[in-house]
Structures are given as C-alpha cells and as structure tokens.
Design a binder for this molecule. Structure first.
Ligand code: PNS
Length: 167
C-alpha cells in the first residue's frame, strides 16, 4: 500500500509546543508528515525560513516520520508535489475557524484531490501562538512552557541582538 503523506504548512516563526502537539497528532494518523515552512516575502518574520527550518529540525530527532522543508507559492501545489493526500491545520479556538474554513474551501477549489484535516490542539496549548510568545518573550516574560528550548533560546538571542543594535 502506498504511503499516506500529509503536509503541515505554516509560518512557524518560531515553532511552538502547539505546533509540535499538532505534528504528533498528525503522525499518529499519517505514515509521513512533511512540515512546510512558507517563505513569504510579504511578511517580515523574526527568523529566516532557513532558521525556522533549523528550529523545527532540532525538534524532530525523536520523530522519524516527520520531515521539514521550505516552500513557496500555493500550499496545494506544495501538497501535490510532495505526494500528499492531506493538508493538516491546527485549530485552537473558534476564532481560528473562520479563516481556516475559508482557506480549506479555497484549497479544495484549487485542488479537489487534497483534503484539509483539522486537528485540535491540547487544552494546555489553546492560547499558544507564535505571535503572542514573541511579544511576551520580547517583553521579558517566561515562555518556556509554550515553546521548545531551541525556540526560546533563539528568540532571546534575536531580541538581545536587536536591543544591542538599538532597535
Ligand atoms: O502559520 P500560518 O501563518 O497560519 O500559515 C498560513 C499558511 C502558510 C498555511 C497560508 O498562508 C498559506 O497556505 N499560504 C500559502 C499560499 C496559499 O496557498 N494561499 C492560498 C491559501 S487558501
């Protein structure tokens, strides 16, 4: 039987425990999961796409069926070229639903062969988002229960560099 592959696209700026939670749930359903870090020139992320891939890779040592790469362009094209049958997205709260519903239906219109699978994060991660943890970390708050140590250390380093440059 052929492998059932899913892609998990996102910004991952940086990877959080919420993302890893969704990844572990995906790996329990699919044979292989490919994390796709979007290279999006219209956003100004804290980390480059390569840095974001490195941070995710550091979390994958104990997760052999999960790989990570960057992608450009449409998620459905990334899914198709990866041989994926599904796009995985995490849902935290009802507020995520509207945008996600819209994206899933657009993606289905673009490529009906690829289904979007929504997975719910664990209760402890319901409020965790990359943008919130960046803000909290930037202001000196403790985010070590919300993101893996590699992400926390990378954020602290990046914010310290910014402060040294007077930004
Ligand atoms: O982690 P994010 O920022 O919520 O991820 C959003 C992402 C990357 C999944 C979405 O912006 C996306 O799919 N971008 C790729 C371009 C695309 O396919 N756009 C049409 C989506 S309906």
């Amino acid at each position: 039987m052929s492998e059932r592959i899913a892609v998990y696209p996102g910004s991952f700026d940086p990877v959080t425990f919420g993302h890893l939670d969704i990844l572990d749930r995906s790996a329990a359903i699919f044979d292989r999961v490919l994390v796709g870090v979007l290279e999006n020139p219209s956003k100004t992320p804290l980390f480059t796409a390569e840095e974001r891939v490195e941070l995710i890779s550091a979390c994958l040592e104990s997760r052999p069926r999960i790989q990570v790469t960057t992608f450009r362009g449409l998620t459905v094209d990334f899914a198709a070229t990866s041989g994926a049958i599904a796009i995985v997205r995490g849902l935290r709260a009802v507020s995520d639903f509207e945008t996600e519903f819209q994206m899933a239906l657009m993606n289905r219109r673009l490529n009906p062969a690829v289904n979007t699978v929504f997975l719910m994060t664990s209760f402890t991660n319901v409020f965790v988002s990359s943008s919130l943890i960046k803000e909290v970390c930037h202001l000196g708050g403790n985010v070590s229960e919300m993101a893996p140590p590699v992400s926390v250390e990378a954020m602290r380093r990046r914010f310290a560099e910014e402060r040294e440059r007077g930004e």
